[in-house]
Design a protein around this ligand. Structure first.
Ligand SMILES: *Cc1c(COP(=O)(O)O)cnc(C)c1O
Length: 356
């Protein structure tokens, strides 16, 4: 059977060769005769996996020897909504409210202090990225979301927050495009969108922003504990870390972020130019803020939905339904999705227009 063209928003497509290697290793990790799932996380074989995953993450982000540590944690990006505040919010932090995930982060931070909304696009159902706002003085940090997975907007530039550490939720576009990652004090990303299976969360933190608040932090919530224990304070999510390592190796073999960005750009240009050309569809977001990862679009005439749905499903396309808060369609085009899959979708949209 041919694999479907998988546009799922998350969990989502990973490289087939990663799935193949991972499935082998569930039976026999590198000829050891043991499954990656049955060895001690303290064994040298697994410690090597963890170290490789952490160092590859820093290497791809070009953050080696710059005072950053890469950590693998549990609890998803949603746990980071509160952990960032737990570790860094003394009195007041600033937040860019650019979508559901950003607003969830604000909610969690308010357990720990004042989380001020510095700018928001909520009034227009988050269909653009706010710009030209000023950053208040005296913030403990400024939090932003680089890619708004549900709405399909993406930050192209980041606020120059000077002495205020910038924290970024990069769950749905990490390792997809070149950014000066050294402008961030902390980056976090749930694994399940561009890196691996759900279960692990990558945190990349500049060590010198930590240790500045007065509250006591429980060990499981404390970045400094995880740094000291090299992501092995307790049993890490071994399979998710292992597969993340395989994906990061795949990224290295394929030219790293700069090469994958070119492919991602080509894929997104293909779909957006069809959305704009095709008389039956319209894009959901402001054009200048369109995401390279998640393209959101709707039918101008909702009544045509059953017919279009039938067409894309019969073309072996999976996961194109939009999120309930936007409706319509969302084509998620993460790193592992081939341009051929986007071509199939574009052909379906063209064919649909011709048959209406
Ligand atoms: C998916 C997603 C989350 C939530 O991730 P979990 O790992 O399920 O908690 C948070 N932020 C963004 C930008 C996401 O895309």
């Amino acid at each position: 059977m041919e694999r479907p063209h998988n546009f799922s928003a998350g969990p989502c497509i990973l490289p087939l060769e990663v799935f193949e290697k991972a499935s082998q290793s569930v039976i026999d990790l590198d000829g050891s005769g043991l499954s990656v799932l049955e060895i001690s996380h303290r064994s040298s074989a697994f410690v090597e996996v963890m170290e490789k995953a952490r160092s590859l993450a820093l290497e791809h982000l070009n953050l080696e020897n710059k005072g950053y540590k890469a950590l693998f944690m549990q609890g998803g990006a949603s746990m980071q909504f509160l952990m960032t505040a737990y570790n860094l919010l003394e009195t007041k932090a600033g937040y860019l409210d650019t979508g559901t995930w950003a607003s969830n982060a604000i909610k969690e931070a308010r357990h720990f202090g004042d989380a001020e909304v510095v700018a928001s696009s909520k009034e227009s159902n988050y269909n653009f990225i706010p710009k030209n706002f000023s950053i208040p003085k005296g913030l403990d940090y400024l939090h932003c979301t680089s890619n708004n997975t549900i709405y399909g907007t993406q930050m192209k530039t980041f606020p120059n927050s000077e002495e205020t550490p910038l924290i970024c939720d990069m769950s749905s576009d990490i390792f997809s495009r070149e950014i000066d990652f050294s402008q961030f004090g902390l980056i976090y990303a749930g694994a399940q969108k561009n890196m691996g299976p759900a279960g692990a969360t990558l945190v990349v933190v500049k060590e010198d922003i930590l240790g500045k608040i007065s509250r006591q932090i429980p060990s499981m919530m404390n970045y400094e504990v995880f740094i000291k224990k090299e992501s092995m304070f307790n049993t890490p999510p071994v399979f998710s870390v292992y597969v993340s390592m395989l994906t990061l190796e795949w990224l290295s073999r394929n030219g790293g972020i700069s090469a994958i960005e070119k492919k991602n750009r080509a894929k997104s240009e293909l779909i957006y130019s069809e959305i704009d050309r095709n008389s039956l569809f319209e894009g959901f977001t402001a054009k200048e803020d369109r995401s390279m990862m998640n393209a959101t679009f709707t039918l101008k005439d909702d009544k045509l939905a059953p017919k279009f749905d039938e067409l894309w499903k019969s073309a072996n396309i999976n996961g194109l339904n939009g999120h309930r808060s936007v409706g319509g369609y969302r084509a998620s085009m993460y790193n592992a999705l081939s341009i051929e899959s986007v071509e199939v979708l574009v052909d379906v949209m063209k064919h649909f227009e011709n048959t209406i």
